[in-house]
Design a protein. Structure first.
Length: 395
């Protein structure tokens, strides 16, 4: 059997004889292990702080074997011993260069999300950095990108989450797979009854119900939420905006809400559970997802909101521009122009039929790219690279 070693960025904290791990990570690994014919060995790095959605596990509870690295420990051939397949994070610079240690018969597959453009966008949006710090950061990112591309060219395959990474890296790799990551399982998708209820609400002239979910950070565009809301109010749009998430801009957004002509139109909910709170709310109390994301990372928020049956109005970052082109699930406006985004939404508020059509497109596209469908494709690709057959998995 081909053993897989998975080098993951998930946090881990040692608590006496037990290990505190993110519950979602463990459950995801449980599914991955169910697909793979032999026991997976997972390599994680010590040094994490708190793990908000974590719990303590005994080692024998885990559905995989676990090896721990010290925070600054370098990866080397000893961490790949006995593995026929190494599955490593291409976004983690500490995983770059593993191809230099490959032994005969070993294969490496990298998984990647960010492009150099996105990394630079994140760097430039960091309000805590000065000019010199940004310059040093750019130089370091360029150095790591050269290492990344060298590693990808030598790897057996690359799996790219999202269109921007796939478009950039696929031409330089011998084998590449595109996937769209998300957490939508069959029980989470909107129902036909919920779609019909939303359409009836809009047709009857109800308020346009906007929703935003994500970290309240500049890289997620949280600073543009209040300017969009203020412009909609100025345009006389009957709307509500529900904001889910927390982050460094939380106080700034809250203060901005208080400055609006009608602050009761905008509500902050903080960070809530995805399955039991965010998804049910979006399925039944939202009409459109407000995407202020300035950077082109493959945000799973798009595909998840679409699965809840809502269309998306977003900036035309590279990810949304391509995703919208494929799905026809919404609209895009110039990057970083909240007033233009608000004006587009104001026009759509007068066209419930078009909004309903795009919402239906969003719903249909997302259902084709659910969690299990995309995950199975990724595992089949890994098996193909390793030259093995996947075992049947119970439904």
């Amino acid at each position: 059997m081909t053993q897989m070693v998975m080098i993951a960025p998930a946090p881990v904290v040692e608590e006496g004889g037990r290990l505190r791990l993110d519950v979602k990570f463990v459950e995801g690994m449980r599914i991955q292990q169910a697909h793979w014919p032999s026991r997976i060995r997972c390599v994680l790095r010590r040094g994490a702080g708190s793990i908000p959605f974590g719990r303590a596990y005994d080692r024998d509870e885990l559905p995989f074997d676990l090896a721990l690295l010290d925070p600054t420990e370098e990866l080397g051939p000893q961490h790949m011993d006995g593995a026929g397949l190494v599955y490593a994070g291409g976004d983690d610079f500490r995983c770059l260069g593993l191809t230099d240690h490959v032994k005969p018969g070993q294969k490496i597959v990298y998984v990647i999300e960010y492009t150099p453009e996105t990394r630079l966008q994140i760097l430039n949006l960091d309000r805590g950095r000065g000019t010199l710090s940004r310059l040093k950061g750019r130089v370091w990112l360029m150095q790591q990108e050269r290492r990344r591309q060298r590693s990808f060219k030598a790897a057996s395959a690359v799996q790219s989450n999202g269109y921007p990474a796939h478009d950039l890296y696929a031409p330089m790799c011998r084998d590449s797979l595109l996937f769209l990551d998300g957490r939508m399982t069959p029980d989470l998708f909107a129902t036909e009854a919920e779609m019909a209820a939303r359409e009836a609400h809009l047709a009857a002239g109800g308020p346009l119900r906007l929703v935003f979910s994500g970290r309240l950070e500049t890289m997620k565009g949280a600073q543009d939420l209040i300017p969009v809301a203020r412009r909609l109010a100025q345009r006389g749009v009957d709307f509500t905006l529900d904001i889910f998430g927390s982050g460094s801009l939380q106080a700034e957004v809250a203060q901005g809400i208080g400055s609006l002509p009608d602050p009761h139109r905008v509500r902050m909910h903080g960070a809530v559970d995805f399955e039991t709170q965010l998804v049910p709310f979006t399925r039944t109390k939202a009409d459109m997802f407000l995407g202020c994301h300035p950077q082109s990372d493959p945000s799973c928020t798009y595909i998840e909101a679409m699965g809840c049956g809502v269309a998306v109005a977003s900036y035309d970052n590279r990810m949304w521009q391509r995703l919208n082109g494929e799905s026809q699930a919404g609209w895009d406006t110039p990057l970083g122009q909240p007033l233009a985004l608000a004006d587009r939404i104001a026009a759509l508020a007068q066209d419930p039929a078009e909004l309903a059509r795009r919402s239906r497109n969003a719903w249909a596209f997302s259902r084709k790219h659910g969690f299990y469908e995309e995950f199975r494709r990724r595992m089949q690709h890994l098996a193909q690279v390793a030259g093995i057959e996947l075992p049947p998995v119970a439904a």
